[in-house]
Design a protein. Structure first.
Length: 461
């Protein structure tokens, strides 16, 4: 019985983790084809990516709190159903706005999936097998990230951009009935605690203003929205500290290791997430590659990361994880500098591959140890909050990185369709994106080193 339960829970959560990770990355390879189909300018192209992340960021905190109250199984099912509907309607999008709205709708399902997968594994699997189960689920995430560029390129090239979204449908049609029919238990967390409605709504408004305002910062209304978002974020933090059952317990940030590990993670995602997209642009537009060839090359970074991450995770149990994470950031910075300085050379392909290798090694060295710090620096009862933090920081960082891409491209190129006469401006946009990303990653290094200093002080008071 326990064996069947283990297989069922791990199978469904791993497949769900795989498709969400895949969907978050796969549009990068299809963007040129999508842009051609809908006559999208560079600004709208980036919103095809950002709408999904934008939606996940807005709904991550309230759904994370509500999922436990509704029941983890029910919330997981609902997330997969929304994701399935989103996948189908996105593939049948009939206009640029419908495409973006359907992507945002799919992000709501992704938020529910993100917030239930690890919680289900934690409560459903006995402690002696929990680590094994978590390892399999994480492997599903990494597999989605690894295969997305290649699958996205092959599917787009041979079957059209719509196929990248329809690819997830068979998985979802397996996950939903298996979960409904074969997982008999339901798990509720904080069922009797009052939901912080004010905190949940204020969070959603705040994140909307922050991200959309940042995207439109080159206009006066964007500046107003961004300033309003910052004000509301301060207000939200103030109010959450004074609520008995907050939608998100911000007190966990009182631990300096937790605070600086999250800060460095946020800056790393902003400063490096865009790389896949700018490389896709460079390979397909400037070098003239098709999506299939570009997808195969873009596998380099995630493959290296998936190989290195487990070893770094184990190493972080023996050595100071923040020290290891800081080394990873140095490698990430080196990869961005190399990419920026040498991508425009005639033989840039070799440089691109080397830069991707360094980025994969850097992310592999950084991610597991830094996540270890975040999860281990809180009390056991606060681990669900820490888990939500990992999701929020990653998604908001990725969304901010996409927004940064929109800002830079719009400021340099304007809102134009990417055609050969604008390729010089495209290269300049990539150049400035790499420079700003490098600066942000250097700040991430400082944050990690400060956290490292605090960790040493805690060991040697």
């Amino acid at each position: 019985m326990e064996s069947r339960k283990f297989i069922t829970v791990v199978l469904t959560t791993t497949m769900a983790s795989f498709i969400v990770a895949y969907t978050s990355v796969v549009p990068a390879l299809a963007l040129p084809s999508i842009a051609k189909a809908f006559n999208l300018n560079n600004f709208m192209q980036n919103w095809v990516i950002n709408a999904f992340l934008f939606s996940v960021a807005i709904f991550a905190v309230p759904t994370g709190n509500l999922a436990g109250k509704w029941g983890l199984k029910k919330s997981f099912l609902l997330g997969n159903i929304i994701f399935l509907i989103g996948a189908v309607i996105t593939s049948f999008a009939f206009s640029p706005m419908s495409l973006i709205l359907f992507r945002a709708f799919q992000g709501v399902g992704a938020a529910l999936i993100y917030n239930t997968v690890m919680n289900i594994v934690a409560v459903a699997i006995p402690e002696e097998n929990r680590g094994k189960a978590i390892g399999i689920v994480v492997a599903g995430v990494n597999l989605g990230l690894v295969l997305a560029p290649t699958l996205g390129g092959i599917l787009t090239y041979n079957l059209g951009w719509e196929s990248i979204f329809l690819f997830t449908v068979p998985f979802l049609l397996l996950i939903i009935p298996i979960t409904y029919l074969l997982i008999s238990e339901e798990w509720k967390i904080g069922e009797n605690d009052k939901f912080d409605v004010r905190g949940g709504i204020l969070w959603m408004i705040t994140i909307f203003l922050l991200i959309y305002g940042f995207t439109s910062i080159n206009h006066i209304d964007g500046i107003v929205m961004l300033i309003s978002g910052i004000f509301l974020l301060v207000l939200w933090n103030y109010l959450e500290l004074r609520v008995k059952n907050p939608v998100y317990d911000v007190k966990v940030f009182e631990d300096k290791r937790f605070k600086y590990a999250n800060l460095s993670s946020f800056l790393i995602y902003i400063g490096s997430y865009f790389v896949t997209y700018v490389l896709s642009y460079h390979l397909q537009y400037i070098l003239g590659w098709n999506s299939e060839m570009a997808g195969l090359l873009l596998m380099v970074t995630p493959i290296i990361q998936i190989v290195i991450s487990p070893y770094m995770g184990r190493l972080s149990d023996k050595a100071n994880p923040l020290k290891i994470a800081s080394l990873g950031i140095i490698l990430i910075v080196f990869s961005l500098v190399t990419l920026d300085l040498l991508i425009r050379l005639p033989d840039s392909l070799v440089i691109i591959v080397l830069s991707m290798i360094f980025l994969g090694v850097g992310m592999g060295v950084y991610t597991s140890p830094n996540t270890n710090v975040i999860m281990s620096s809180v009390k056991p009862e606060d681990t669900p909050t820490a888990s939500v933090s990992v999701t929020i920081i990653r998604v908001i960082g990725q969304s901010t990185s996409s927004s940064l891409l929109i800002i830079i491209f719009t400021m340099i190129m304007g809102s134009v369709e990417i055609i050969p006469k604008y390729y010089g401006l495209l290269s300049l946009s990539i150049h400035w994106t790499c420079i700003i990303g490098t600066i942000l990653c250097i700040f991430a290094l400082f944050a990690s080193l400060i956290g490292y200093k605090y960790s040493l002080n805690m060991k040697n008071p």
